[in-house]
Structure formats: structure tokens, C-alpha cells
Ligand binder design. Structure first.
Ligand SMILES: [Zn+2]
Length: 255
């Protein structure tokens, strides 16, 4: 494992001071490879904090371009990058923040065709996307390849987050066995959303990702945290393996 330079010792000083992290933990972060799927409201704080924390390789996947309606919440992007690909806009912001981080751009949506190739190079996958298809694809490939999946979702004033660890309890399909019918799914720009909401959920996703890399603390696994911003309330619900889940039905519920 490569040793930290003096500049890195300064940059990550406040991490190194924590006994749970130290120099060896910071080296682990610098060696880690994380894929962030979606560079919108959730992906922005996730990628920003992971880059600031010195996660050494960040894959960033999104096929969209920056639009002015994104800027109320998607803090990776700015008025200067309207019209360009979100991956490029994000790369500029993240490189400017921390040149230690290697950024790998994936200008594509995750599909059943490309998922294996995209996901297999990374240690941990962060679900920061905004659609059901991608979530199912991500869930299935992470389950198959045994990669932790750090889930986040947002709706109006409410956010939800959990960590799916294959071998340890439920997966996304246990929670949401079927995709809702098309007419029940609001389009990307058709629902209101409190701009700061994804900041809270995305920051929790980044926290869990860092803890998974370091192997410290208690993970948000087998439980979902539900944040109600309007009433400033956090609740937790226990998650169980579904006997109907096509992936997990063989598995004994160990929760
Ligand atoms: Zn399942």
C-alpha cells in the first residue's frame, strides 16, 4: 500500500486524527474504488464528499446534460456548465476539489447489457439514480457480484436510505418486488422537490460508503432510515428478506 505524502497528511489531517481512521484508514480510502450511479441531487453530495474524503477512484455514471432546472439541488454543477454532460461538469468540480482522486467518466445509463462490465471494477456501488429500471439492474448485478449497494431515494420532502449487503439480508427486490405501472411514475421534472433534501440523504450515503471502505461502525443494513424534512423527523424501519424475492427466496432470513 502506498504511503501518504506530506501534502496528503495535511489534506486528510482531521481524518488521520481519528483513531478509527488514522493513516492506514486514509490509505484504504485512497485505494478504494466507488461507482456513483447518477450525478443529480443525490449523486452530487455523494461524489463531492467522497472526493473530499480522498476516495481514490470515483466512477461517475450519467448520460444527461446539465439543465438550469437541476441547479436548485445538484451542487456538483453550476451555471457555467449548463448544456454540457453531467459527467464532465462533475469531473471539473471534483478535480478542482481534490486532484488526488482519479475520476472515471461513464457517459451512459446502466443497463442489463453494460452493468456487469461497469460494476465489476468497483468495490462499492452508490445508487443515486432516479428511476426504477436502473435500480433493478443495479440491485441484480450487485447481488450477483457480491458488492455492497448504498441506496438513496427522494420524493418531495421525504428521503429514504439503506445499505444492501448481499449475503446479509434483503435486497431492493425484497422491498419493491414490482415496478409500479408507467402512469404512476412521475417524470423527472414533474414533481416538486425540496432542494436541500438530497443533500441530507446523499451525505448519509457518502457516510455509509466511507464506513464500508474502512470497516468501521454499524452499517445502515437491514434497516431503512426515513427522513421527513417537513416535520424534521427521522424514523427507522426494519427490513426483512422477502420469501417471494426471486433473488433471496433461497436465503434464510438472518435478521
Ligand atoms: Zn431480495
Amino acid at each position: 500500500m502506498t504511503k501518504l505524502t506530506q501534502i496528503q497528511r495535511n489534506r486528510y489531517k482531521r481524518h488521520i486524527m481519528l483513531s478509527e481512521i488514522g493513516e492506514s484508514g486514509q490509505e484504504k480510502l485512497l485505494q478504494a474504488k466507488v461507482l456513483v450511479v447518477g450525478l443529480g441531487g443525490l449523486g452530487s453530495p455523494v461524489a463531492y464528499y467522497l472526493a473530499a474524503s480522498g476516495v481514490g477512484t470515483l466512477g461517475i455514471a450519467d448520460s444527461d446534460r446539465v439543465d438550469i432546472t437541476n441547479l436548485q439541488r445538484q451542487i456538483l454543477h453550476s451555471s457555467d456548465t449548463i448544456g454540457i454532460l453531467k459527467t464532465e461538469s462533475a469531473r471539473r468540480t471534483l478535480k478542482n476539489l481534490n486532484p488526488d482522486v482519479k475520476i472515471i467518466k461513464h457517459n451512459e445509463r446502466l443497463t442489463t447489457e453494460n452493468a456487469r462490465q461497469l460494476v465489476s471494477d468497483y468495490d462499492i456501488i452508490v445508487d443515486a439514480c432516479d428511476n426504477f429500471e436502473t435500480r433493478y439492474v443495479m440491485n441484480d448485478i450487485c447481488y450477483e457480484l457480491d458488492k455492497p449497494l448504498v441506496h438513496g431515494s427522494i420524493f418531495q420532502f421525504e428521503g429514504r436510505t439503506t445499505v444492501f449487503i448481499p449475503e446479509q439480508g434483503p435486497c431492493y427486490r425484497c422491498l419493491y418486488p414490482e415496478r409500479p405501472p408507467e402512469d404512476l411514475i412521475p417524470g423527472d421534472n414533474e414533481i416538486g422537490l425540496l432542494g436541500v433534501l438530497p443533500g441530507v440523504i446523499g451525505t448519509i450515503q457518502a457516510t455509509e460508503t466511507i464506513k464500508l471502505i474502512l470497516g468501521i461502525g454499524t452499517f445502515l443494513a437491514k434497516r431503512m432510515l426515513i427522513y421527513d424534512a417537513l416535520n424534521m423527523d427521522f424514523q427507522e424501519i426494519e427490513l426483512k428478506v422477502s420469501p417471494e424475492c426471486p433473488l433471496c427466496k433461497e436465503k434464510k432470513d438472518i435478521s
